[in-house]
Design a protein around this ligand. Structure first.
Ligand SMILES: [Zn+2]
Ligand SMILES: [Zn+2]
Length: 88
């Protein structure tokens, strides 16, 4: 759980990122990075992000990131299976 002494907001979750510039909380570092445009905070809403009922901003990027992580995880398995099939 995180706590910001400046805006008194709290949040839970390991991947949450709280911005000390605009005091918004993001559901991932990726979403946080996205709202930092040219070292300035931009409105997450204009970036296509949505705020949940806990006040945490979630970007579409997090889904893409999840999918790419899934793809990375699956890739070596498929590769391993393929090479085993050839050599054995
Ligand atoms: Zn910010
Ligand atoms: Zn804060």
């Amino acid at each position: 759980m995180g706590f910001c002494i400046r805006c008194k907001s709290t949040w839970t979750g390991l991947n949450r990122a709280h911005c000390v510039g605009c005091h918004r909380t993001f559901n991932s570092v990726g979403a946080f990075d996205k709202h930092r445009v040219g070292f300035k905070c931009s409105d997450p809403e204009t970036l296509g992000m949505k705020m949940d009922d806990k006040g945490i901003w979630a970007g579409r990027m997090s889904e893409e990131l999840k999918n790419s992580l899934r793809a990375i995880r699956n890739e070596p398995l498929r590769h391993l299976r393929g090479s085993q099939g050839k050599t054995l």
